[in-house]
Design a protein around this ligand. Sequence first.
Ligand code: SF4
Length: 248
Amino acid sequence: MPARAVAVTGYKNSGKTRVVETLTQELTKRGYKVGTIKHTADNITLDTPGKDTQRHRAAGSKATAILQENTTAIFLDRHLTLQQAAEHLGPLDFLVIEGFKTLDTHARILVPRENSELDSLRNGLAIAVVKVPESMYDAETELPVISLDHVSELADIVESKAYPLLPGLNCHGCGYDDCKSMGEALLAGETEINQCIGYGSSFTLKVNDQTVSMNNFTRATMENVILGFLKTLKGGDEARKIQLEFEK
Ligand code: SF4
C-alpha cells in the first residue's frame, strides 16, 4: 500500500512546522517510516549561492544531484506535483505534508491561530484541530481539538484516518464526483481506496516487450483516457480485458 498522507494546514507562523516535527517524531517512535514534503509559495533560494551545485546550475544544468554517504539532494529546475514529489521519496508508511492549502487529495490537520481561521482552513477532509501554545483558538467544533502536548492522540487519529494521496484527476472513476468527495467517503468509512482507478490498476505499457515503469498518476491518466474512449463505443462499458497493440 502507498504511504498514507496527511497535511498540516494553517496560515503563516501558525506553528505548522512544529506540528509536522512533533507528529513525525511520534509516528517514527511507533516504528513507521515517515517522509515529509513542504510547500512554499515564497520564492526562496534553495541552493547555497557560490556552492558547487549552485555553480553547476548557474552554468545551465537543468537537473543537479549532490550525493554523500547517507544523504542525497536533487535540484530540478521544474515544478513537480505533490504526487510526483511523493513518488521520488521512495517507500514510506506515512507522508506528512506542510502546506498545500488548495489541494483536496488527502486528509488534513488544521492549525488555526484564532477562531476566525477555522472555516477558511476546512475543506471537508479535516481530521483534527491542533492548538499550539500561543494559539488563541478556543471555539467549539465537532472535530477533535488536540493540544500539541498530547501528540499521541493526534498520531492515533492519523493512524486510523489517513489514506494514500489521491491522484487528483477528478475523473469520477471511483463513482464520486471528484477526489475530494472520494476523500470524504474514505473518512466516513463508506468506500475503500482501491475504488480509485489509481490503485490496484492492472494497466501496463510495454515497449519492445519491456514493461515501462510509470507512477500511479501517469498510469491512472493513461488508463482513464482509454476507458473514456471505450465508453463512446457500442458495448465499451462491458469491456473487461483491454489490449492495445501497434507497431511503429
Ligand atoms: S477515481 Fe481516483 S482520481 Fe478519479 S475522482 Fe476518484 S479518487 Fe479521484
